[in-house]
Every structure is written in structure tokens, then in C-alpha cells.
Design a protein around this ligand. Structure first.
Ligand SMILES: Nc1ncnc2c1ncn2[C@@H]1O[C@H](COP(=O)(O)OP(=O)(O)O)[C@@H](O)[C@H]1O
Ligand SMILES: [Mg+2]
Length: 226
């Protein structure tokens, strides 16, 4: 079972968005996926409730949990055949974020291409370093115009941080999909948002397959990226 934690000291960076959109995408690709909401704000949990009401969607179930119960919850998930668990965390709870990071095989740190977000990046990276887990920064909500992405990439590169090769654009589809408790790949299949999210998911799978192998046999059924 793969465990991926979304970590960032910055609120609004895109942790919950990454968790739910990657979770829905993973389900669509045949991975039995769960999302653990460790943020008391409960944004992912509310998305999960809307998803449960939306009869058309299954999988990517969200469980709200206190960090102390995370190890037991992950053990139960593993036994019940989960292949991917995505951990959504709160921005400010330092030691709790380290606990979540420690439980993960890989950490994604979303970062908007704004100076305040980039300045907060070292603090977020420190959480992953403290937890001694591999991590990568995902540039999120990139504007259509301007050179912000290139500048942000340059700055993050200068800080010595690994960057996901796929960045996510600033697109209304991400927020729209969340209203009926869906991922962007379900809500707007074929859209630019769905295509880039899918590419990010495939890159994440390659990283995990390269470091710890496929989660369980069932993943062999996973549809391969086009
Ligand atoms: N790529 C994106 N394009 C447009 N809106 C986005 C994008 N990523 C996040 N958002 C929006 O930004 C807000 C904060 O994102 P969220 O994922 O909740 O951040 P966090 O969990 O890190 O606090 C939400 O309203 C979300 O819909
Ligand atoms: Mg959040």
C-alpha cells in the first residue's frame, strides 16, 4: 500500500485539492484509494460527504482522523486491501505534520508561484526532512500569463528542492469538481485540468513504483496513461 502525505505550512497552497483530485483519479485508474483528513477544518471530509450523496461516484472514501490514530487506521486500511492512502494535513500543526509525514512513503508539497509561498517552502521542506521521507514540490495554481512558473521553478531549484515535472494551472474546474464531491478527472474528463492532473498522478505512481514497487497485484490492472 502506498501512502502519500500532502504537507505545507501555507494554508490555501492546495493540499486538500491535491488529496481529493489525486484520490478520485487513482480510483479511476483502478487503485483502491482512501483519503485521511487530518485537518480539523474538514474540507476533505465534507467533499467525501458530498461524494457519498452523489450516487454516481464510488471509492476515494474520506476518513476524518486525529493524528494519534493514524498508525492504527493505516494498518486497518492495508488489511482491507487499500492500495493508496492519501493524507491531507493542516497547515500549522508542526509536530502533527511531522507525524503524518513519517507515516508516508512520499510527500507532496503544493506551492503557489507567489513569493509568500516560496518563502514558506523551507519550513514545509523541513517537515519532510525531519520525517526523513522523500518529497517533491508541486507548483499549483499557475496563471495562464506571465513568467511566474519559470521564476518559481528557478527559485525552488536554487533552494535545492525537487520539483514535480507537472505543474497544475489555476483553473476553475478544480473548485467546480469539488462541489459534487468529484475529482476533476471525473467532473471534466478530457479537460486541460484533467489531463495535467492525470499526468501528475502518473508521475507520482512512477516515483512510488521506482522506490517501493507496486502496491499489490491489483495495480497490474491499472490502466496505463495514454
Ligand atoms: N489549481 C487550482 N486552480 C484553481 N483553484 C485552486 C487550485 N488549487 C486550489 N485551488 C483553490 O484554492 C483554495 C485553497 O485550496 P486547498 O486545496 O483547500 O488548499 P489547502 O488545503 O492547502 O489549504 C480552494 O478554494 C481551492 O479550490
Ligand atoms: Mg486543506
Amino acid at each position: 500500500m502506498w501512502i502519500v502525505a500532502m504537507i505545507s505550512r501555507k494554508g490555501g497552497a492546495g493540499k486538500t485539492s491535491l488529496a481529493v483530485h489525486l484520490g478520485a483519479c487513482a480510483e479511476g485508474q483502478g487503485l483502491a484509494t482512501g483519503i485521511v483528513d487530518l485537518d480539523p477544518q474538514g474540507t476533505a471530509t465534507k467533499w467525501g460527504l458530498r461524494r457519498a450523496q452523489n450516487g454516481a461516484r464510488t471509492g476515494a472514501e474520506v476518513v476524518s482522523a486525529l493524528p494519534a490514530s493514524l498508525p492504527k487506521l493505516l494498518t486497518t486500511a492495508r488489511k482491507s486491501g487499500a492500495q493508496l492512502m492519501l493524507l491531507d494535513t493542516a497547515p500549522h500543526a508542526d509536530s502533527l505534520a511531522v507525524d503524518a509525514a513519517r507515516a508516508a512513503d512520499f510527500i507532496l508539497i503544493p506551492c503557489r508561484p507567489a513569493i509568500a509561498d516560496i518563502e514558506a517552502m523551507e519550513a514545509s521542506a523541513d517537515i519532510a526532512r525531519l520525517a526523513k521521507r522523500p518529497f517533491a514540490v508541486v507548483l499549483n495554481a499557475i496563471g495562464a500569463q506571465g513568467s511566474r512558473e519559470a521564476e518559481a521553478r528557478q527559485e525552488l531549484h536554487r533552494l535545492g528542492l525537487e520539483l514535480a515535472p507537472v505543474a497544475l494551472g489555476h483553473r476553475v474546474a478544480y473548485g467546480d469538481a469539488m462541489i459534487p464531491g468529484e475529482g476533476v478527472t471525473e467532473h471534466r474528463p478530457g479537460s486541460t485540468a484533467a489531463t495535467e492532473l492525470h499526468a501528475l498522478f502518473e508521475w507520482m505512481c512512477q516515483k512510488l513504483e521506482g522506490s517501493i514497487g507496486r502496491p499489490v497485484e491489483k495495480s497490474m490492472d491499472r490502466k496505463v496513461a495514454q
